[in-house]
Design a protein. Structure first.
Ligand code: AMP
Length: 249
């Protein structure tokens, strides 16, 4: 079975985000970019499937600017077999990405597509669900465990207050939650090997996807600054402040 993994290039999770002075978006100049952390988990899961003999090819797909190639190279260095870059400078919305992924799925015919449950830049949590709807495939979102048996998959999902296990027919869509696995680091020899692995380039136009925007961002603002804390001398003072200043008791 072929496994397609969607890997998004996002601002590294360690970077302190700066909002542009004109409040139209986030300042991306000289900012470290990395693979979306949930997508690293998606790549890891696909590689474990390959090692277990459930998958025979792992393909990493990224959509966006030319530099998304670096994100694909990271997936290749982790162990993916080949990459597909769908190159565009357009502002991407989840529906665009889902339509592009659908076109790639139609060409590649994978048995499974794994995505992150959300991208840490836009926090949309929509792409996997939209892709499942466009394809008419079953979906196991927020997966914390995937088991394959008899041509079906049991996907355990992290839901409020517990775990839910679904039996899904293949082909299917999975989106990853944090506890699914711990992604591996790429070794130096594998980073070198990844340089020779193929990355196919496509465009949304060639895949027949209209990139017209459906959304307009009106404003991006930083959260309000937190007030400094106060150290109280004793419990009596704390109770006094909670009652008379905060008004919470
Ligand atoms: P979102 O719906 O934007 O929160 O993204 C959910 C998941 O969709 C991500 O974790 C990725 O797996 C995938 N995805 C979103 N945008 C892209 C992109 N531009 N390229 C590749 N994968 C993407």
């Amino acid at each position: 079975m072929k496994v397609l993994v969607a890997v998004k290039r996002v601002v590294d999770y360690n970077v302190k985000i700066r909002v542009k002075a004109d409040q139209t978006g986030v300042d991306l100049s000289n900012v470290k970019m990395s693979m979306n952390p949930f997508d690293e988990i998606a790549v890891e899961e696909a590689l474990r499937m390959k090692e277990a003999g459930t998958a025979d090819e792992v393909i990493a797909v990224s959509i966006g600017v030319q530099q998304c190639q670096e994100t694909i190279r990271t997936a290749l260095a982790m162990g993916a077999d080949r990459g597909i870059l769908v190159k565009t400078d357009a502002v991407l919305e989840p529906l665009h990405v889902a339509k592009i992924l659908k076109a790639v799925v139609d060409e590649e015919q994978p048995g499974l597509v794994i995505l992150g449950k959300q991208a840490i830049d836009d926090d949309c949590n929509q792409t996997g669900q939209m892709l499942a709807a466009l394809l008419g495939w079953p979906q196991g979102t927020f997966a914390s465990e995937i088991e394959f048996a008899d041509g079906k998959a049991n996907v355990t999902r992290e839901v409020d207050g517990g775990l839910q296990t679904l039996k899904l027919n293949l082909p299917m869509i999975v989106t990853t939650d944090l506890r699914l696995n711990e992604p591996r680091y790429a070794s130096l020899p594998n980073i070198m090997k990844a340089k020779k692995k193929p990355i196919d380039e496509k465009t949304p136009e060639a895949l027949g996807v209209d990139m017209a925007p459906h959304l307009t961002t009106l404003n991006v603002a930083e959260p309000p600054k937190r007030q400094a804390g106060v150290i109280v001398e004793n419990v009596a003072e704390l109770v006094h402040k909670l009652r008379n200043e905060a008004g919470v008791i």
